[in-house]
Ligand binder design. Structure first.
Ligand code: CA
Length: 315
């Protein structure tokens, strides 16, 4: 049976690949896409999602625009962008589907309350989900699982301590992780080995057609923005966001370990860090299943399969 999900994202070229994967995956029933500020401003992430969904042929899926700013902190926008291709520059040549009139937080809440979805996958800041939980706490009982792409048990990627998605809205992440809902978290440490290799780009290009061409463009743009930064960085640009939906639909792609995860909200140098205690010290209660390892080959194959299926859907 397919997993009915909401995808909350901030496209972003890797989020756009995530939309395509969720729209095409055989074991995912994509019930709504919601967007908010993160990689780009809220208006741009919504427009990028609208272009991606239209191109995917799945304009039947409701699309919400949401949070323009984090709950508390000032807004951040990604600093490293490829302004020449894919979705980082404005793309007036790509058609857009209409937006749902509801704010992302309301679309999330109503989709869960109606039973249309039982799970949410997030690949951006957690502002929309935190707003939905604060405004409509009844959804807590409806959510069977939240799959979060973000955080790290080791180094950060935006600051020395913090990963981008969590750092964009640490207070929202705190709200979500404190809600008592089962959470799977995919930290960058586990994502780093799943790279965008030349072989992967070749396989996606071979799909051809609108989907294959667009996905190839997205992958190539992501590779152009890869800034390894230090000697411990991965060899290839990690695939990142599409992996979240894959893990939600195919949990066996990942090994997980229960842990206590708290978000640092007060530290000066460590603000936004996910403090992950696998040892459950001092009686700490686990609140997250942390992905500790991904099966790289199977994850890449699942990614190719989902895009191939989307390209072949008779829509
Ligand atoms: Ca993202």
């Amino acid at each position: 049976m397919s997993l009915p999900i909401i995808l909350d994202c901030d496209p972003g070229n890797d989020d756009a690949l995530g939309i395509l994967v969720a729209a095409g995956h055989a074991e995912i029933d994509l019930r709504a896409v919601t967007t908010g500020a993160g990689h780009l401003t809220g208006a741009r992430t919504a427009r990028n999602a609208a272009k991606t969904l239209r191109l995917s042929g799945r304009s039947d899926i409701p699309l919400g625009a949401g949070a323009l700013n984090p709950l508390v902190r000032e807004r951040m926008i990604a600093g490293v962008l490829d302004m020449t291709s894919a979705l980082d520059p404005e793309r007036p040549d790509l058609e857009e589907q209409d937006l749902d009139p509801r704010h992302s937080a309301d679309l999330i809440a109503q989709t869960l309350l109606s039973g249309d979805a039982t799970s949410i996958v997030t690949t951006g800041p957690l502002t929309n989900l935190a707003m939905a939980l604060n405004r409509t706490p009844e959804i807590t009982a409806k959510l069977e699982r939240i799959t979060i792409l973000g955080g790290s048990w080791g180094l950060g990627n935006k600051t020395a301590a913090a990963e981008w998605n969590i750092l964009c809205d640490p207070e929202a992440a705190h709200v979500v992780l404190s809600a008592g809902i089962p959470v799977t978290m995919i930290p960058i440490d586990a994502l780093n080995p799943v790279g965008i290799t030349p072989d992967l780009i070749k396989r996606i290009r071979a799909i051809g057609g609108t989907i294959g061409d667009f996905a190839t463009e997205l992958l190539q743009s992501l590779v152009m923005t890869f800034r390894p930064g230090n000697a411990m960085a991965p060899k290839f640009m990690p695939l990142n966001d599409p992996v979240a939906s894959l893990v939600a639909a195919q949990p066996k792609l990942a090994q997980t370990q229960p842990a206590r995860v708290d978000v640092e909200l007060a530290g000066h140098h460590t603000y936004g860090r996910t403090v992950i205690d696998f040892g459950l010290r001092d009686g700490a209660v686990a609140n997250v299943d942390v992905v500790t390892q991904l099966n790289c080959d199977q994850t890449i194959n699942a990614f190719v399969d989902a895009l191939t299926r989307l390209a072949n859907l008779d829509i």
